[in-house]
Ligand binder design. Structure first.
Ligand code: PEP
Ligand code: MN
Length: 343
């Protein structure tokens, strides 16, 4: 269960409450930044009925607490004027890796011309082989920031290691935790202490519970700006790079208040299938898409097979809009639904 303390509760009242909780010999976490206490093993609040420093108590029956829908209905936050929430939609696009000034600048200009608000690009790349291109590092961060500022875009880039936190924090607006790092708990702990949003990719073999508990690490540190990103999981079948779990999108919406987006690029690993999976994810209720786009896909230094061209991206973006419009009409216009059903 989660105890939300009154904002005007005194230090003495808080200390008395903590003493009471300590006497129960149960684990609790005081999330100071949010003025709340998480008691993951307790689910009956009757004994706290007369505590005046408590604003309200949420009883939860899930292992993740702050990520649970029982705690909150939806999360919404603003990134330099752009809303990310469980009820909105944002497109995040850009190359897998930042490669050159012209590559990232051209991409930024293209995205801005379509009204896209977020550009992505990796500067520190997790690569299977140490001999592959591993990103431009700090130079890359500077290039994406410069291009983003020129076209009024927000930056999303991956934080691969704790030692790079200050550097990445300075240049980005959203920090991405990659699939390989979803279980990096010391990194998640530190990201809980910062004030910028975290895009948390699903581990490639992570269960939904594990993914939500990874989010819980960040939330219980006091950072409530978390975006979940389905990017495909590994299966027995290697016909596709990953298996994008479209069904997890409505499931996350049932379980959590956090916005959930989809990455059909890593989800399929093949440019020709990015469109189909993008549309499927939007139809399933995704709050955004993360798509790898490159001015010259075949020359991309990483993930070339899955990078879509500008023309391809334009077509995906307009079909995504059409699906979203269609979904809106379904929810607001009962008559048109009935007309469609009669076909
Ligand atoms: C990426 O976004 O380029 C990336 C490396 O993603 P993932 O962590 O999902 O493999
Ligand atoms: Mn990539």
């Amino acid at each position: 269960m989660i105890i939300q303390l009154n904002h005007n509760s005194t230090e003495t009242q808080k200390q008395e409450l903590l003493k009471k909780l300590e006497s129960l010999h149960t684990y609790y976490k005081w999330v100071e930044a949010k003025n709340l206490i998480v008691l993951p093993k307790l689910n009956d609040s009757a004994f706290l009925k007369n505590e005046s420093c408590i604003e309200y108590i949420t009883e939860t029956d899930t292992p993740y607490q702050l990520a649970s829908i029982q705690f909150k209905e939806h999360t919404s936050f603003n990134v330099k004027g752009a809303t990310i929430s469980k009820q909105s939609f944002q497109m995040i696009a850009g190359p897998c890796s930042i490669e050159t000034e012209s590559q990232i600048e051209e991409t930024a200009a293209f995205l801005a011309s379509l009204g896209i608000k977020f550009i992505r690009g990796g500067a520190y790349k997790p690569r299977t082989s140490p001999y592959s291109f591993r990103g431009l590092g700090l130079d890359g961060l500077k290039l994406i920031r410069k291009a983003a500022d020129k076209y009024d875009l927000r930056v999303v880039t991956e934080i691969m290691d704790l030692s790079l936190l200050d550097e990445v924090y300075e240049y980005t607006d959203i920090l991405q935790v990659g699939s390989r790092n979803m279980h990096n708990f010391s990194l998640l702990d530190e990201l809980g202490k910062i004030d910028k949003p975290i895009l948390l990719k699903r581990g490639m073999h992570a269960r939904v519970n594990e993914w939500l508990l990874a989010a819980e690490y960040i939330l219980s540190g006091g950072n409530d700006k978390v975006i979940l990103c389905e990017r495909g999981i590994r299966s027995f079948d290697n016909a596709t790079r990953n298996v994008m779990d479209v069904g997890v999108i409505p499931l996350i919406k049932e379980l959590s208040h956090l916005p959930v987006i989809a990455d059909p690029s890593h989800g399929t690993g093949q440019a020709s299938r990015v469109e189909a999976l993008s549309l499927a994810a939007v139809a399933a209720g995704a709050n955004g898409l993360l798509i790898e786009v490159h001015p010259n896909p075949s020359k991309a230094l990483s993930d070339a097979y899955q990078a879509v061209s500008f023309d391809n991206f334009k077509s995906i973006a307009s079909k995504v809009e059409a699906i979203r419009e269609c979904l809106k009409s379904f929810s607001s216009d009962q008559e048109s639904v009935l007309k469609l059903q009669s076909f």
